[in-house]
Ligand binder design. Sequence first.
Ligand code: PEP
Ligand code: MN
Length: 369
Amino acid sequence: MLVILHPDLDVSSSEYKDAISYLDSLPNIEHRLHTVKGAQQTLTEIYLIGETEKLSQEDIESLPAVERVIRISEEYRILGRHKDEQRTTRFTYNGVEFGQHNLHIFAGLCAVDNEKHVNIMLTALEKEGLQCTRMGAYKPRTNPYSFQGHGKGCLPYVFEDAGKHGIKVIAMEITHESHIEEIDSCLEACGRPTGVMLQVGTRNTQNFELLKAIGRQSTYPVLLKRGFGITLNESLNAAEYLASEGNSNVIFCLRGMKTSFAAPHRNMVDFTHVPVVHRLTRMPVCIDPSHSVGSREQSPDGILDVFNATAQGVIAGANMILVDFHPRPEKALVDGPQALHMDELPLFLEDIRIARQAYEQRLKLFNPA
Ligand code: PEP
Ligand code: MN
């Protein structure tokens, strides 16, 4: 059961204290507080866990501190969509709004290799009016002898240059909780010229201690990749770990499933799950066509598989695209073969515009005014 308190209710008020002592008095019920800080107001939600079937919704709703009470299912308590609820699917970070209603493009380097390539990438994004990017500093690699990313060493030039090019959000994978502090102190030292969305890679989807550590902070939103060899339900529960620790600013990323049946693609593209995640949860949904397809193959119609996969996700309502570009893919230290070329950026954006417009037309078709 979910108890939503009146917005901006003071936690030192007598209404608040009365509500908490009432909930404390309920037998076999535990409660967990969750605060959602929005741009306009702060919402306090209380999750009741235990024998909630016997509780009276009306009694709790009659407490002066309480706005409303919702009966929720056991699964995905915080991030899930429950019957008859109108909780928001949106959050704003560093001036950029994320939600199930809009679309952001995070084109960038899979792995930061040098300052020059970062600058070429950021210059191209600014020219196209984009305000988000991806930049890998901490790379989880299959082979221990492969390049593992420049780590904190590259952060100062990435953040400073991103700020100069008007970038508001950088998706950056972290593989250990200590990386949160490295990112935070570097951003602070440079005067916070840009923002970071912490990315949890597919190899860490069920690294529960990492999820808990990321969930305990709410400075940075999180991009959680679907685990490549687990069920959708298991990956959505991983997202709920973040929220249960306090951070519900989570975007869920589809990136393909590992199976030999995916060949010749690197992973089996799973973008038909975009609307499924929309209906099961309130999370915005990202697609990663680069790691799904894993190559620059194209069909005889002249369209790259990465473009086709992107269009499939966008026409199904995707809210974010994470995509690899590189100024010199043959020199890239990670995932060069799947990177799009800089001169393909305008084409890629136009193709996305077409697919998004088709999605919006479909919305009108199925929801006549
Ligand atoms: C990445 O986005 O760079 C990455 C490593 O992706 P994934 O975790 O999906 O393999
Ligand atoms: Mn990669």
